[in-house]
Design a protein around this ligand. Structure first.
Ligand SMILES: Cc1cc2nc3c(=O)[nH]c(=O)nc-3n(C[C@H](O)[C@H](O)[C@H](O)COP(=O)(O)OP(=O)(O)OC[C@H]3O[C@@H](n4cnc5c(N)ncnc54)[C@H](O)[C@@H]3O)c2cc1C
Length: 387
């Protein structure tokens, strides 16, 4: 009989868990009620080096891969926190690492690794084009040693708590490119500078305590050296980063899923109604058991996606499927958790309603479930393109 391998990431898991234990439920609950930003928590993660997990050692980071980064995200959500406050740096990092120039890496990475700068924001979505990204209307026109940006973005997260943003804009009009995915470019935008010179930020109040914004660009000038990679190739670079994002979000959902299952299992063992623990009823046990099975299954796909990404193998299918399975599993776990807490599930002090709201987001963003199904139908099964 072969040995079942032990968790190769146990050390990382334990260390992140210890750090998260310093920020208990009350902390996250208070920040949520205040619609605040968990600054002390993100700072502690940064100081402990976890926000630099993916940065190579020569630039001051830990030099680890997406597998390890995903464990950090999973443990934050599993502890009762919400990685949404800080996951941007993890998935933006791969875009810079894989497509940035050596000069850019030397300029940005040491300061990000030390915590002096945060690279937490990515501006892709636009109000009038939504998921149809190749139709974006924000333009960046080269004028001498600058690009001049005009347009609008929506739902751009962590802008107020980041120093830099990766921005996707059209550099060649759609009518002039052969393939619609061509002619878009990505730039590093200095956010504090941009706010003084052509970028307006309008926060969006939303269901989750997620700092997200509308952005308006009016002749914002970006130095040409802030272009990442080749002009016109930005969409391809963004897609690379999105695979990392999907695998990381899957890990967060898995963390949420385990949190819901732990909480509800504990509650139904203790809550006595009709003279016995409610967890003795099969009608209560089965949805919890089902959610647990689905979280475990989603976890297998998450590892497949992360390992392929780290090995630089194609991983679009696995990253999308992992995100789909994990978001669905965490949502089912959330439903079972709130249902079997009865009325108490709705009380803020149990944290279930907060986590319920937080995990619901992942059916829609960063990619909606329908778009994943379309991807699998078209790119995995070879069915005709539907849009
Ligand atoms: C809290 C939050 C934070 C976010 N953070 C960021 C961020 O930091 N950066 C960023 O760039 N974006 C961000 N987003 C945007 C997010 O990625 C988009 O909201 C998401 O991709 C869906 O786009 P949309 O809202 O325009 O929906 P739409 O594209 O209008 O779609 C609406 C619905 O219709 C469905 N639909 C659309 N077309 C089809 C089709 N062809 N077939 C089947 N169904 C279809 C979709 O599945 C979706 O459910 C964030 C969103 C939220 C809510």
């Amino acid at each position: 009989m072969t040995d079942i391998p032990t968790d190769p990431y146990a050390d990382i898991r334990d260390a992140v868990r210890d750090l998260c234990a310093r920020f208990p439920d009350e902390y996250h609950r208070r920040i949520d009620a205040q619609r605040g930003y968990p600054e002390a928590f993100v700072e502690a993660l940064t100081q402990a080096g976890w926000m630099a997990t993916l940065i190579p050692e020569e630039y001051g980071g830990a030099g680890l891969g997406l597998c390890e980064a995903s464990v950090v995200m999973e443990e934050i959500n599993r502890s009762g926190g919400n990685s949404g406050a800080c996951h941007g740096q993890m998935y933006n990092m791969n875009t810079l690492l894989r497509h940035g120039s050596e000069q850019q890496k030397q300029f940005y990475l040491p300061k990000i690794a030390s915590g002096e700068w945060r690279l937490q924001a990515m501006g892709v979505t636009e109000p009038s084009t939504g998921t149809d990204t190749t139709k974006i209307k924000t333009t960046a026109v080269k004028k001498g040693d600058r690009y001049v940006v005009n347009g609008q973005k929506v739902w751009i997260s962590r802008v107020q708590h980041s120093d830099w943003m990766i921005l996707l804009a059209r550099t060649t009009p759609l009518a002039e490119v052969q393939k619609k995915s061509e002619g878009m470019s990505i730039f590093l935008v200095d956010l504090r500078q941009a706010e003084k010179s052509g970028m307006t930020v309008r926060p969006i109040a939303n269901m989750v305590n997620h700092e997200t914004n509308e952005l308006f660009f009016e002749n914002l000038e970006i130095p040409a050296e802030n272009l990442i990679g080749q002009e016109g190739m930005g969409f391809r670079y963004i897609l690379d980063g999105l695979n990392a994002e999907r695998a990381l979000i899957a890990a967060e959902c898995i963390g949420d899923g385990y949190w819901f299952i732990d909480r509800v299992s504990r509650y139904v063992r203790e809550r006595v109604v009709f003279g016995r623990p409610i967890g003795q009823n099969q009608g209560v046990q089965f949805p919890i058991a089902e959610a647990h099975i689905e979280v475990e299954a989603a976890n297998l796909m998450r590892w497949d996606a992360c390992r392929r990404f780290d090995a630089r193998q194609p991983c679009g299918a696995q990253a999308n499927m992992a995100k789909y399975l994990a978001a669905k599993a965490s949502w089912e776990a959330a439903n079972a958790c709130i249902q079997f807490h009865g009325g108490f599930g709705f009380a803020n002090e149990y944290d279930v309603e907060r986590k319920f709201r937080e995990t619901r987001l992942y059916q829609v963003a960063p990619i909606s479930t329908n778009m994943i199904l379309s991807y699998v139908a078209e790119h995995v099964l070879g069915l005709p393109r539907s849009y």
